[in-house]
Design a protein around this ligand. Structure first.
Ligand code: FES
Length: 103
């Protein structure tokens, strides 16, 4: 069933950057690239590090702990030492507000 949750204002996310939020009991990383917003789990699948403390470049987020990289659109693990993809969430904008879909 559709379960869209209101989060923050799109303007609260710096351009070409990432921030971490708590929503619906989840730690989520929100990324803004060229006026599009993407969302993944914030906790790395490899260890206890927050991707929102990492480095966003070319559509990939680099984990701050061991520099594993995920694609922010697909959640796909792109480099060692990652072995597991990260969960992504669908996003929707309405009146400048970012909504995430939890299923
Ligand atoms: Fe993220 Fe190791 S904790 S790459």
């Amino acid at each position: 069933s559709d379960n869209w949750i209101s989060t923050i204002q799109m303007d609260d996310i710096p351009e070409d950057d990432v921030i971490g939020i708590h929503v619906n009991g989840h730690q989520v990383a929100l990324y803004k690239v060229e006026d599009e917003v993407f969302a993944t789990d914030n906790v790395c699948t490899h260890g206890h590090a927050l991707l929102s403390d990492g480095f966003l470049e070319d559509g990939e987020i680099e984990c701050p702990l061991h520099q594993g990289r995920f694609c922010i659109k697909s959640g796909k693990a792109m480099s060692e030492p990652l072995t597991q993809d990260i969960k992504t969430y669908a996003t929707r904008m309405e009146n400048g507000q970012v909504f995430l879909k939890f299923s």
